[in-house]
Design a protein around this ligand. Sequence first.
Ligand code: FAD
Length: 319
Amino acid sequence: MVLALVEHDGGAVDDISLEALTLARDVAAGADEALEVIAFGPEAEGVAEEVGAYGADVVNAVDHDALDAYAPEAYARAVIQCAEATGTEAIVAPGTDRGAETLAHAAAKLDVSMAAEVIDVEVGDTYEITRQRWGGTLTEHAELDAETNLLTVAANEISASAAGGEPADVSAFAPDLEDDDTRVQLTEVEESDVEGVPLAEARVVVSGGRGTDGDFSEIESLAGDIPNAAVGSSRAAVNEGWRPHDDQIGQTGNKIAPEIYIPCGISGAVQHMVGCKGAENVLAVNTDPEAAIIQKADYAVIADLHEVLPAVEEELESR
Ligand code: FAD
């Protein structure tokens, strides 16, 4: 059997979980095994129809008072116990923070390897996997050969496709938790009060890095003058405390896909560039002609951003 972890909101399965379920279905077919799902929370059984359409036969609905709030170690314990009860040869989770954290705990408890960010699996005597490394800048081929193979599926890399099956049967699953399992638990969710255009939806993103020296006034002003534009930043600017983490673009920040990306005073580290590889055009402003961003940009202005940005704004206002 192949067990897929799905995340849901009130019984509606998240898109990334549907992508993971699509890969899990291929794994199950390759291994000639059935596909089952594990879902958490009081409304877990609500996923039955949707996951059935993706080929799952059974939903193991974990409804436990201690698990209404996310608790990574308890989730991992439940996943392991469910896998043992159902004779699982592979556990597949979505490449979300929770999917990765739950499976990492499960791998540690089982003392097996876990493969993250998988985009393809060939099932034979072992699992030949293809997975992304370094935020998608490298592709790695590797082999998994454990009694239970654990893998997370890279987000937004696989098209979710339903197979048209009947609603899955619902089976209540009650894990036997230990006291320590809930020592780390989600207690509060704080919504960030993002003003203006969300970065992921912006048509133009003007962003700043360490080269701003902490002065984002010209960047904010230019973004304010362009319709549907947002302000972004590098991690260095966030680490300096100049911008909130919500603004960060890159491997550990936002992924953006604007028509025009304007990085100012940003060197172009690989971890930054993976966040903006969806940009149609990159216009870099940097004083250093040797900066990596200059090689990667479609257009570049080699000059001080504090001179260039006011000049661009003046030109825009004169039109
Ligand atoms: P710097 O590298 O210091 O570059 C500053 C640039 O400003 C230089 O090119 C300089 O020539 C230019 N400059 C200076 N003065 C001016 C001026 N007046 N006008 C114009 N140009 C000027 N980074 C991210 O951004 N996002 C991530 O998500 C991210 N994740 C990471 C994850 C990991 C695991 C690791 C290890 C690193 C990560 N980083 C990330 C950090 C990344 O490696 C770089 O350190 C960071 O991107 C550098 O930020 P920067 O370009 O602003 O600063």
